[in-house]
Design a protein around this ligand. Structure first.
Ligand code: NOJ
Length: 521
């Protein structure tokens, strides 16, 4: 386990929208390099950059056309190498986004694979044996290739599934995972990883990590074996490199070799119950009640989160891996959509004092809003969480010098759109709260990824939540109503952080509404 992960706090960057330095209306790698100082001052010491490789961008870059080439709109391979070098000078690690489950339909491997003449890439993707065949249980595309067969897709239509084989082979066209041509797919992906690790990157966030082997069992035995193979390569040749899964099942992904895994909105209700416990209609407005735990109305239930989380936490601990809690990501509605700055401050207090590796999505540190926008590059409802970073008042909120109509996506046009510049000047701003919380995390080893978590007070549909991290006690009361609970025989002594009014009288914790505090025992 790379030591640096113990203190890592990640900052996720959607490169399209972070900072445009060449005035074409779209963010670039040079823009990220120039903002490293901002990221460091914020308290983040690791980046995850969404795919920045050559692509027709039908799924915002998750449709890779060339794994080894930076998309010209972001710059060059040399710009990316320079970003690694400059980031490392600031003590910042950089994870790239690896998309191993599928490529773009424009990838040269797929172009070859479509040909009727058998060639090296014929089995790089998953093809049935007849053109009119329906592949039961799979998304497939027919009528597009010279080959007399249909091919499987992994996500959108533009993303043919790479062939790592089938765990349970049920048809003649399904190859087993140890078939030489399936092994070749994995080796090709390992080659991509080595290419970027040799160039200086520090690891990968792995897209749809659970999707590789088809017809897998519930435990994902086939897919897990492949990741253990990849991890063996890293442990041997790149022991400082990190793999973070987009799997949503740390109990499976960590034993499979990942150093960390996300809890995500789409996978069960647990993570979702924290800040997004609502239903949206097709206009992206909330219908019915919002029962998120971090809403001040106090209708949430922390047990909806903890019941699943604690089981996953124990498995991760046994297997030496971490759970990655996120503020949001490029697939998720921003938390400022339904939470006020005060609610966000309490949410972030929790996020940055929990074990594992927290991920902050760009712009969430200032409470950037979710904008209701038409879809862009396959974003659909996700588009509203992908708008340009809001640096300062004035033209395009400091994101770009391009004309407003040329921007990748419009900036928040409301007069009170939050900006970094304004919040830097306000000691009570969300930005300064995030900075203070991350400083607290870095100054107290007990708040790091590894140190133990023990729940001291958590009850169904009740407040507050109180937990112990080593020699520290953290208490969180997102609800508007004051609460008072006794956690004797534990007696916190010295308060080292507080948002709102909260205190301990011996073992008795008294918290005003929407407060958060950390004490030393
Ligand atoms: C998950 C990514 O986060 C998402 O943005 C993408 O559309 C799909 N995987 C397909 O690659």
């Amino acid at each position: 386990m790379p030591k640096w992960l113990e203190n890592a706090v990640f900052y996720e960057i959607y490169p399209q929208s972070f900072y445009d330095t060449n005035g074409d209306g779209i963010g670039d790698l040079e823009g990220i390099t120039r903002k490293l100082k901002f990221i460091k001052d914020l308290g983040c010491n690791a980046l995850w950059i969404n795919p920045c490789f050559d692509s027709p961008f039908r799924d915002a870059g998750y449709d890779v056309r060339d794994y080894k080439k930076v998309a010209p709109r972001y710059g060059t391979n040399d710009d990316l190498k320079r970003l690694f070098t400059e980031a490392h000078k600031e003590g910042i690690k950089v994870l790239l986004d690896l998309v191993p489950g599928h490529t773009s339909e424009e990838h040269p491997w797929f172009r070859e694979s479509q040909k009727s003449e058998p060639n090296e890439y014929s089995n790089r993707y998953i093809w049935t044996d007849q053109w009119f065949k329906k592949a039961e249980g799979f998304g497939y595309v027919a009528g597009e290739a010279e080959r007399e067969s249909v091919y499987l897709i992994n996500f959108f239509k533009c993303q043919p599934a790479l062939n790592y084989g089938f765990f349970k082979v049920a048809e003649p066209w399904q190859l087993p995972t140890d078939h030489p041509e399936c092994v070749a797919t994995l080796e090709a992906m390992k080659d991509v990883m080595r290419f970027w690790l040799d160039a200086g990157c520090d690891g990968f966030r792995v897209d749809m990590a659970a999707s590789l082997v088809k017809n897998d069992d519930e435990q994902k035995t086939g897919t897990s074996a492949l990741w253990r193979n990849v991890r063996a390569m890293l442990d041997r040749d790149y022991p400082e490199a990190v793999l973070v899964a987009e799997w949503g099942h740390p109990d499976l992904s960590v034993p499979a070799g990942f150093h960390a895994d996300f809890l995500l909105n789409g996978h069960g209700k647990g993570y979702r119950s924290l800040a997004r416990n609502y239903t949206l209609d097709f206009r992206h407005t909330i219908v019915g009640e919002d029962r998120s735990f971090f809403k001040k109305d106090g209708k949430g239930d922390i047990m909806a989160f903890l019941d699943g989380y604690l089981k996953q936490y124990e498995i991760c601990k046994e297997n030496g891996g971490y759970i990655a809690l996120i503020s949001c990501n490029h697939d998720t509605i921003r938390p400022a959509f339904n939470l006020s700055p005060r609610e966000l401050a309490v949410f972030y207090g929790f996020l940055f004092t929990m074990p594992g590796t927290p991920f902050l999505y760009y712009g969430d540190e200032i409470g950037m809003r979710y904008l209701n926008l038409p879809t862009k590059e396959g974003g659909y409802f996700r588009t509203g969480s992908r708008t340009p970073m809001q640096w300062k008042a004035g033209k395009n909120l400091g994101f770009s010098e391009a004309a407003a109509e040329q921007l990748y996506l419009p900036v928040d046009a409301l007069p009170d759109a939050p900006t970094v510049e304004a919040q830097e000047k306000d000691p009570a701003s969300l930005l300064n709260t995030v900075k203070a919380l991350l400083k607290l995390r870095h100054e107290n080893a007990d708040l790091g990824a590894r140190s133990n978590l023990e729940i001291l007070y958590a009850k169904k549909e009740a407040f507050p939540l109180i937990y112990r991290r080593g020699s520290l006690i953290v208490a969180v009361n997102p609800a508007e109503r004051p609460v008072s609970v006794d956690i004797s025989p534990v007696y916190p002594a010295k308060n080292i952080y507080a948002t709102g009014n909260c205190r301990f009288e011996k073992g008795l914790c008294k918290m005003e509404g929407q407060s958060f505090g950390v004490w030393k025992i």
